[in-house]
Design a protein around this ligand. Sequence first.
Ligand code: NAD
Ligand code: ZN
Ligand code: ZN
Length: 344
Amino acid sequence: MRAVRMTAPGVLEQTEVPVPTAGPGEVLLRVGAVGACHSDLHILDAPAGMFPTPMTLGHEVAGTVDQVGAGVSGWSPGDRTAVYGIIGCGHCRACLRGLEDQCRVVPVGGVGLSRDGGLAEYVVVPASRLLHVGDLDLSQAAPLTDAGLTPYHAIELARPRLRPGTTCVVIGIGGLGHMAVQILVATTAVRIIAVDTSVAALDLASRLGAHEVVRAGPDAVEQIRTLVGPPPDGADVVLDFVGADPTLTTARQVVATGGQLLLVGLAGGTLPVRPVADEPPTVPLETSVVVPFWGTRAELQEVIALGRAGQLHADVQTFPLDRASEAYEALRRGEIHGRAVIMP
Ligand code: NAD
Ligand code: ZN
Ligand code: ZN
């Protein structure tokens, strides 16, 4: 079968590999769709040894059951599924509570992270990772598993502060951010302020229900403060889907005293946290900083329900498998709006 693999750090290649077989407890899926996540670019850029090579990329996967391994019940060939990508140890304190995103044994284990992912004609996954998607289009189901689930989880963590009448600033309206805007619209009554460098991304945010948009740049903090009030007032919640120095600087300068800053983007910026007596604090007093990771299986089921109810829809640009590298190059140049989805 054809597979798009990271063969060495920074090297993405289309290769031929044997169709894998489903072991006990596993399922062989015919891949229908795979979202191209910005994290795949971070994985490609990571130093040697952080991720296994060769490894088929693709952690945002939807497909159809082809074969079931020994001992698998409840799944049959033809079932249409989305893949919950995290594979925790299953028996630590966190996994037992359903918080596999916090597994104490396997910190970043999963499909397309620590084993072969979905950028291929077939993929093998543990049967326990599958969720039914009903009649949802697989090109929609795939982005729900990460571009949908990750912001949903972050918003769940922030939910106690997302009261009607509060304000949420969403920075980075790409694959994750454009889903975040819709999840906020569908599940809260907050005022949404979208921030991006790209005008097209801001247009998308407005179409999806953001109440205000602000172009990232030197005036962004002043513009946002005009909307939310200057310190110690500010935005009740800030979701940063970029995580670079400039966005973290904006985030900490506009978050309210006692607010919450959720750092989802993995661009490697630094957030200084330094309370001092004789200077304004780098992060407002009583503000909580959270570094969310992906989400839980139960949350993915809720995200799929939002998708099936028509309240969460990925703006998708599709590519065939042999043009996967083109999709990633466009993503790196910032030319994908919404999510690029590869259809093997
Ligand atoms: P994307 O490329 O689709 O979207 C990024 C968006 O940010 C784009 O619209 C871009 O124009 C905008 N942007 C870039 N620089 C900006 C700046 N300085 N100011 C304002 N906007 C800016 O990426 P994505 O797939 O949505 O992923 C976003 C980030 O989240 C990536 O770093 C990814 O690795 C990370 N991520 C984290 C998790 C997690 O569990 N923590 C899960 C998935 C993705
Ligand atoms: Zn991802
Ligand atoms: Zn565990």
